[in-house]
Design a protein. Sequence first.
Length: 151
Amino acid sequence: MEKKEMLVAAIQNGTVIDHIPSEKTYQVANLLELDKLTTPVTIGYNFRSKKLGKKGIIKIEDKFFKDEEISRLSVVAPNIVLNIISDYEVIEKKTVTTPDEIRGIVKCNNPKCITNNEPMLTLFHVEEKEHGILKCHYCEKEQDINKVELV
């Protein structure tokens, strides 16, 4: 009989964010402002993964995310998986995908862009999802999603 070891304790209710590229784990935690929660949060880092080589995992008890919060994740870690847990069972799996528009999350890298000079939300159109090319709605400058600065 093969023994299986659990690396991270199961949660009764909440959200498990899985398949996070290891180097993005803390960025995901910061983006979701997990440090402001009062419920238990477990952050795992550098776990073995067949898909990624190494991965991060975050378990948040009694927290369920809105779609807007989840879409923010796609900017730093597209293709992560959210497992919605109820009574220790996965009741829903969501793969985070990059939306067609990214609003108020990414800073434009053009210093002359109006969004860097006026108090307003940024807006980017996702030009090429496979290559992660974003285009600023206002100045039309393109930038690589992997090199963006978050607002």
